[in-house]
Design a protein around this ligand. Structure first.
Ligand SMILES: Cc1ncc(COP(=O)(O)O)c(C=O)c1O
Length: 349
C-alpha cells in the first residue's frame, strides 16, 4: 500500500464519509431548537422518512440502538417479555439495554442463519396466566446483520404478522438495513412496513449519513415514543444540520445499494474459490459476506492483523469468522485489494 493510500475498509457500512452534497446541505441547513419549538430540517426529514416507510409519522434519533430501545420501552411494561431472534442486534449488541433500561426479558428463537419461524414464535407466546410474563412484543430484524445480511422473505413476515395479530401482540422491525432489503427484493418499504407497528431505519449505514436513525409508526405509538426518546436523552436541539445530511442519504442513496450487493456477491464467489475459506455464496443476499477460516489458516484475530498489514480492514464475528461489509466508499478497486490480500493470507504470505 502506498503510505498515503487509505485502507480499504470493509469493517462496516458505518465507516462512510459524508458526500459533498451532504456537507453542502449541512452547511446551509435551516435549524431551530427541536426540543423547544421544532427544527424545520428535522421535521422535513421526519416527514420524508414517514412517507418512505408508509407510516403516519417518524422521529429522528441519534442511533439505531436508541430507535430499537424506544420501541422496546414504548410497547411494554417492566416484567414483560419480548420475542426476538437469537442473534438479533437487540439481544446481541445493545449492551443488555432491553433488561437494563426497560426491565424486560427476552425469549429468543432461531439460529445463526437468522431463521425465525412464525410457528416457533407462536409456540413461545405465553398464556395469559398470573405466573407468566406477558408476551408484549415480537421483534424482527431486516436485513439480519449476524446472519450475513440475510433477508426474511415476505412469506415469513406475513406469517409472523398473522401470529402477532391473532394474539394481539405488536410487531417491531429493526430495519437498520431495510433499504438493502428493498433494493435486493424490489419490494417497496411500505409493503414490508405495513406488517409492523413500529420500524427502526438507520440512515448512517449503507445510506451513508454521518449520524442518525428513524423510529416510525402511528401517531398513537409516537406519543409514547416521544416520551421514551426524552427519557433516554435522545432529543437533540439544532439537529437540522445532521438531519439535512440524513435527508440527502434517503433521497439519493437508496438505488446505489445495488452496487454494494453486486460487489458483495462478487467477493463471496471469489473467496469461496480460495482454499481454506468457506463462504455460503447463496446466503449473500445484500451487502454482507461472512467468511469462515478453515484449519491451517490464522484465526480471525490473526487474519485481521495480516489483512491490516496489506491495507485492508475487516471485522470478526466469532473466533474463526470474518465479516466483510460493502458500502459506498469501497468500489471495485478496493474489492480487488481485498481479494489480493486474502489470497496472500491463504497462501501464507
Ligand atoms: C441490525 C442492526 N440494528 C441496529 C443497529 C444499531 O445501530 P447504531 O450503531 O446506530 O446504534 C445496528 C448497527 O450495526 C444493526 O446492525
Amino acid at each position: 500500500m502506498h503510505p498515503q493510500e487509505s485502507p480499504a475498509d470493509f469493517r462496516s457500512d458505518t465507516v462512510t464519509q459524508p458526500s459533498s452534497a451532504m456537507r453542502e446541505a449541512m452547511a446551509q441547513a435551516l435549524v431551530g431548537d427541536d426540543v423547544l419549538d421544532g427544527d424545520p430540517s428535522v421535521q422535513r426529514l421526519e416527514r420524508l422518512a414517514a412517507q418512505w416507510l408508509g407510516k403516519e409519522g417518524a422521529l429522528y434519533v441519534p442511533s439505531g440502538t436508541m430507535a430499537n430501545q424506544i420501541a422496546m420501552g414504548s410497547w411494554t411494561r417492566p416484567g414483560d417479555e419480548v420475542v426476538v431472534q437469537r442473534y438479533a442486534h437487540v439481544t446481541t449488541f445493545e449492551a443488555g439495554a432491553t433488561g437494563a433500561l426497560h426491565g424486560l426479558q427476552t425469549m429468543t428463537v432461531g439460529d445463526l442463519s437468522g431463521s425465525m419461524d412464525p410457528s416457533e414464535v407462536e409456540e413461545v407466546i405465553r398464556p395469559v396466566f398470573i405466573h407468566c410474563p406477558k408476551t408484549a412484543l415480537i421483534c424482527m430484524e431486516q436485513t439480519h446483520n449476524m446472519a450475513g445480511g440475510r433477508i426474511s422473505p415476505m412469506s415469513r413476515v406475513e406469517g409472523m404478522a398473522a401470529v402477532a395479530q391473532s394474539h394481539s401482540i405488536p410487531m417491531h422491525l429493526d430495519g437498520a438495513r431495510l433499504a438493502n432489503a428493498v433494493v435486493a427484493t424490489g419490494i417497496a418499504a411500505p409493503e414490508w412496513c405495513q406488517h409492523f407497528d413500529s420500524v427502526a431505519l438507520c440512515l448512517s449505514k449503507g445510506l451513508g449519513a454521518p449520524v442518525g436513525s428513524i423510529i416510525a409508526g402511528s401517531e398513537i405509538f409516537l406519543e409514547r415514543a416521544r416520551v421514551m426518546r426524552k427519557r433516554l436523552g435522545g432529543w437533540m436541539r439544532q439537529a437540522g444540520h445532521l438531519a439535512e445530511a440524513a435527508r440527502i442519504a434517503l433521497e439519493q442513496n437508496v438505488p446505489r445499494l445495488a452496487e454494494d450487493h453486486a460487489l458483495a456477491k462478487h467477493l463471496a464467489r471469489a473467496l469461496a474459490a480460495m482454499p481454506g475459506l468457506s463462504v455460503d455464496v447463496e446466503a449473500v443476499e445484500s451487502n454482507i459476506v461472512m467468511v469462515v477460516l478453515g484449519d491451517g489458516l490464522p484465526d480471525a484475530a490473526g487474519a485481521i492483523q495480516s489483512l491490516e498489514g496489506k491495507g485492508v480492514r475487516v471485522s470478526s464475528m466469532g473466533p474463526r469468522r470474518l465479516r466483510l461489509v460493502t458500502h459506498m466508499d469501497v468500489g471495485d478497486a478496493a474489492g480487488q485489494r481485498l481479494l489480493d490480500a486474502m489470497k496472500d493470507m491463504v497462501e501464507g504470505r
